[in-house]
Ligand binder design. Sequence first.
Ligand SMILES: Cc1ncc(COP(=O)(O)O)c(C=O)c1O
Length: 373
Amino acid sequence: MKLFDVYPRYAIAPVRANDVFVYDAEDQAYLDLYGGHAVISIGHQHPQFTAALKAQMEQLMYYSNAVENPLQEELAQRLDSACGMKDYQLFLCSTGAEANENALKLASFHTQKSRVVAFYNSFHGRTSAAVAATDSPKLRAPINTHHKVDFLPFNAPQKLEALLQQGDVAAVIIECIQGVGGLAQPETAFVQQLQQLCLKYDCLLIADEVQSGFGRTGHFFAFQAYGIQPDIISMAKGMGNGFPVGGVLIHPKITPSYGLLGTTFGGNHLACSAVLAVLEVIIAEALMENATAMGDYFFTKMEKFPHLIPKGKGLMLGIDCGTPVAEIRKELLYKHNIFTGGSSNANLLRLLPPLSLKTTHWDQFFSALKNVL
Ligand SMILES: Cc1ncc(COP(=O)(O)O)c(C=O)c1O
């Protein structure tokens, strides 16, 4: 059997990892500034994380949502105090696309409306409604084109209001810092107007925190820098530090209808123990504060490269090189053993390291970058 072709792959097969490094079968170390696509939050193989998973695995890995699961209750409480979204309801699933799919469905159910507004260069996943709200037609099949989605630029409140006035808009979905799209951030005034307009026209505001959540930008959620309170928040990636888990936080005004949302695997015992361990480590090791400090260090180091444009926040970062970065990424990997990411902007090098990154790792990266350039 042949593997279905999905992504182009580098000719490296990691077999083990530790904190911010992955190792191949020859025990060659690679600095992971990609975090497996923003997934590794507390560091690879964090001892507290692996111990929690091992212990849970020996007790009970899985039972379905047809039974009481005290770990889900504990997770809801811990998440509440970690992110401050008091009284929100937690729905657990397994991936980012699934989180957004459910967020959009819930918004449509709650408002009884069917249109969605999304933004240029957005990425919300590859399932039906999520991919329809993703600004990348090449990711859509004809079956995905039945959703009614309008795309707008950031910072255009009049255009947004004109669309909302037409009626039938169930939700506006936004990444407060874009991931795949290349780290664009809307202006604070616009995000606050967006919240007001959603209230005025009775549509829900969905914050997609799949990539930016769980401390990556230095805030628990990226939208928290904007002083808004979304109606629905989607999460995944860093939430499980590599264990596949996603979730949706739902404002208390949105009341569920039994059976509307559901999943076989979401919120299983092993997934809950993974997220609980992630939350514990983020707080005990002050990783959000570290993300802010390491982001500041990055911007200071970038002053030595005036021809390059640094972008992003915390440890959700990018470098606009003004020229395609494919060759730069290859050299960083094959000559300097450093994993980096790309984005839908071919000129942008994307850096999404574990939140445990230290200044010595940045120093290693910048000396390699200088050499490559
Ligand atoms: C902002 C955002 N939303 C949703 C997704 C989809 O997540 P998943 O690949 O887990 O389905 C991604 C993945 O890159 C993402 O960056």
